[in-house]
Design a protein around this ligand. Structure first.
Ligand code: GLU
Ligand code: ZN
Length: 409
């Protein structure tokens, strides 16, 4: 059987948002559970949206979260380069092939002409004007350096049908698809073209991405068919919502993986929670390591409806991870936050860990929980951690009583 190959193809437009990381995670889990390969590809052909430093954020986040790729720009592989801006010649070559095959054509229309094509609602649909240019006219214009784009030649009739592995049969009438631009006037490909060329050349067998691409996929399939290439399987994922109306998105400044780590969430809990955003395991277990996730992951468990990001639930999960840590592990993972407390260095950290483990859900709660110890000594800490004083109320009572006693001495 053919090796399973999946990819994550982020655009470097800022931090890696939660939705992006979930796409990466599902893509990773799907490949790993079938012994396949998971590829990272950087989609940086839109220079207007490029944000400096964001490629590094992608590398760092993926490593840090454990969603590690087998091939990618910084680790290499047999299908590189893995950065689209370094593949410009390839797109040019394949665009020309597609023109020869009749799947695309040169368009020399000026922006002025395009702007006259607006319908009553202000939408522009290209009218295939340049499809009727003769070979000679095209060659003449190319020779004279007339600016051009290359457009896809979408049939005017017929329906594109495919079976998505989550959403089932999807069909889109070709008359509703525009002859979109594949190669821009600066020679760079659009996403609509580059994703097809790269997924094919990189041997991707399963394309995992958000539902925003569900209805554009028929036009990609037209290109696979025109080239005579096998279409990949598609796994489109439901959106993640912040509430009933709004999508969770980086455009709205919603928190990223990194933000949650900085807020003191246990990393494994973030990944675990993200896995549950749109997927549920058969056995309904919630706390699962990356390894358990890849053992249990299944396409049947992916939901078609949007899921709502619930920070309270993620916090709870983080608390579960904290409870199950050894004291040593706790000290190591909470290090940064322990150091922020006023009593750092005053007490035995193992005892502090014992006290805190059942009382916090995220590490940033640490300073507030233990700063009161400033007024006490080792002996009191021993009392706090004592079996008989396990609840916060008991501690609070004790703490409130203590200063009085202290003042007498
Ligand atoms: N660069 C695209 C994005 O970030 C990738 C979509 C895909 O996975 O094909 O949305
Ligand atoms: Zn034109």
């Amino acid at each position: 059987m053919k090796e399973i190959r999946t990819r994550f193809a982020p655009s470097p437009t800022g931090y890696l948002h939660i939705g992006g990381l979930r796409t990466a995670l599902y893509s990773y889990l799907f490949a790993k559970q079938r012994g396949g390969s998971f590829v990272l590809r950087i989609e940086d052909t839109d220079s207007a949206r490029y944000v400096d430093g964001s490629v590094q954020i992608i590398y760092d986040t993926m490593r840090d979260s454990g969603i590690m790729y087998d091939e990618g720009p910084d680790v290499g592989g047999n299908y590189g380069p893995y950065v689209q801006s370094q593949r410009k010649e390839l797109y040019q070559e394949y665009a020309k092939k597609l023109v020869e095959l009749g799947g695309a054509y040169y368009c020399f229309c000026t922006p002025d002409r395009i702007s006259t094509l607006k319908d009553s609602e202000g939408n522009t649909k290209y009218d295939k004007h340049c499809l009727s240019l003769s070979k000679e006219e095209i060659e003449e214009k190319l020779k004279n350096g007339v600016p051009y784009v290359i457009r896809q030649n979408v049939p005017e009739e017929g329906t594109g049908v495919y079976t998505d592995l989550v959403y089932g049969e999807i069909s889109v009438d070709y008359k509703d698809i525009e002859d979109g631009i594949l190669i821009k006037s600066d020679g760079m490909p659009t996403y609509n073209f580059a994703n097809v060329i790269d997924d094919h050349l990189m041997g991707i067998t399963h394309v995992v991405r958000g539902t925003e691409y569900l209805s554009s996929t028929p036009k990609y399939n037209l290109m696979y068919d025109a080239f005579g290439w096998e279409r990949p399987q598609y796994i489109h994922l439901p959106p993640i919502m912040k509430d009933a109306q709004h999508k969770l998105s980086k455009r709205n400044g919603d928190a990223s993986y990194e933000d949650f780590v900085n807020k003191g969430y246990v990393k494994e809990a973030i990944v675990n929670y993200i896995a549950l955003l749109g997927w549920s395991p058969k056995n309904n277990t919630e706390k699962m390591s990356l390894r358990e996730l890849s053992e249990n992951f299944s396409l049947e468990g992916i939901s078609k409806s949007p899921s709502i990001f619930d920070e309270v639930k993620m916090k709870w999960l983080s608390g579960e991870y904290i409870k199950s840590m050894t004291n040593e592990e706790f000290i190591e993972k909470a290090d940064k936050f322990l150091k922020l407390s006023k009593v750092y260095g005053k007490y035995d950290l193992l005892k502090i860990a014992e006290l805190l483990k059942t009382r916090i859900e995220i590490f940033s709660e640490i300073p507030d929980k233990i700063n009161f110890l400033e007024e006490f000594g080792e002996y009191d800490l021993a009392l706090f951690t004592h079996k008989k004083m396990k609840t916060d109320t008991e501690i609070a009572k004790f703490v409130c009583r203590k200063p009085k006693r202290l003042s007498k001495t």
